[in-house]
Design a protein around this ligand. Sequence first.
Ligand SMILES: *[C@@H]1O[C@H](CO)[C@@H](O)[C@H](O)[C@H]1NC(C)=O
Ligand SMILES: *[C@@H]1O[C@H](CO)[C@@H](O)[C@H](O)[C@H]1NC(C)=O
Ligand SMILES: *[C@@H]1O[C@H](CO)[C@@H](O)[C@H](O)[C@H]1NC(C)=O
Ligand SMILES: *[C@@H]1O[C@H](CO)[C@@H](O)[C@H](O)[C@H]1NC(C)=O
Length: 358
Amino acid sequence: MRLKATYALLGLLSLTIAQEIAQEFLAYDFIDTQAAIQATAMNKTQADAICASDPFYGPNYEAVMKDGVPVGCVCKPSVCPQPCFGNPYIDPKTGGRGCCSLDQKYSYDNTSLTGACCGNGTSYAYDPVAGVGGCCNGPTPGFYPPTYSCSCGAPKPLPPDECTKPFPKSVQNGGKNYLTYTGRATYATNIPGGGDAKTFNQCLAACSATSNCVALDFITDLKQCYLKSDGNDKVPSRQQNNVDSAIIPACLTKNDKCPALNQTIKVYGGQGYTFYCGRVLGTGNVKPTYTTPDLFTCVSDCSKTPGCQGVNYPAAGGAGACNLKSNYESPPKTVNAYYVAAVVLKQRVGGSSVESEL
Ligand SMILES: *[C@@H]1O[C@H](CO)[C@@H](O)[C@H](O)[C@H]1NC(C)=O
Ligand SMILES: *[C@@H]1O[C@H](CO)[C@@H](O)[C@H](O)[C@H]1NC(C)=O
Ligand SMILES: *[C@@H]1O[C@H](CO)[C@@H](O)[C@H](O)[C@H]1NC(C)=O
Ligand SMILES: *[C@@H]1O[C@H](CO)[C@@H](O)[C@H](O)[C@H]1NC(C)=O
């Protein structure tokens, strides 16, 4: 009776302490008795059965072994809560009880619901691409979903910039911006990855997780995903009913010029543009024509200007007349070999319309 009461209490203590106290009882109550001699020949399974069948304990108890010898019965961890003499926590995934040592605290990633006991000013971050997590430096480790690789001490990934921020018509997946197409295929250059993707969204995620992926074709009836290392500069050219595709348009650079720019799609400053070499947009200006050092600056100004639906710029490049247009015209109809027109992918609202000469 005395033992039972003691060990019920011991359920609240750590196993180690329980074992130590159990040893003391062994010294007083069991040494040199028949029971102690029998115990030495017993394995854990047998000792568990004895605890379970002992009317003073019962099926909720199991044996405590010390150096291969049973020294007592304690309440099973699955029945009695395990004590935590450090920092207790509730596992966000299982709801189970966990315990970090006194110098560590539980830290977890709210998306993957994985975590770890982290100490010394570190906290947990998870890399969903690599499928690994760990304790990283800093009170709030850099975690920009979902392509951040957790390597302890890594600088926080940059927030989206003029090249990476979402733009109208784009679909976001994994920090990348896609234009998606139904019934069209890029037939661009295949790269590994995407083999496990069985839906279009999984195919997007596979591309997002692959650094050199810039486009994809998803064969809808066969549920096959093909990642591409090119083919992202234009609307996918081939019509094919059983293929859906997506492209990640490149960022406009200062080097982009006609004729290479013709019919391509580029992004900058939160807008996507289609470029038409040898075309010009009609009347309707957001503001009077002014000079910019290059086409890039003119287009970048359009992105920043509410109501700007596109630009006209000299096709020859270099410094020239930048004309921000307020009328949406896609594609531009007027042929003019001296100009390149850039048209936003999706008509914008706002801005005022000031008529002026080209
Ligand atoms: C424990 O001992 C019994 C009887 O000797 C044996 O049948 C059983 O396999 C042993 N169990 C373990 C886990 O060693
Ligand atoms: C984790 O996410 C859930 C659901 O979005 C939210 O309710 C909870 O506050 C978040 N917890 C932390 C620690 O961010
Ligand atoms: C914590 O980490 C820093 C940097 O690694 C180290 O200099 C410091 O001694 C550590 N502090 C403790 C208490 O472990
Ligand atoms: C631009 O591309 C279109 C369509 O391919 C073509 O008809 C046009 O001639 C091209 N313009 C220039 C200036 O290359």
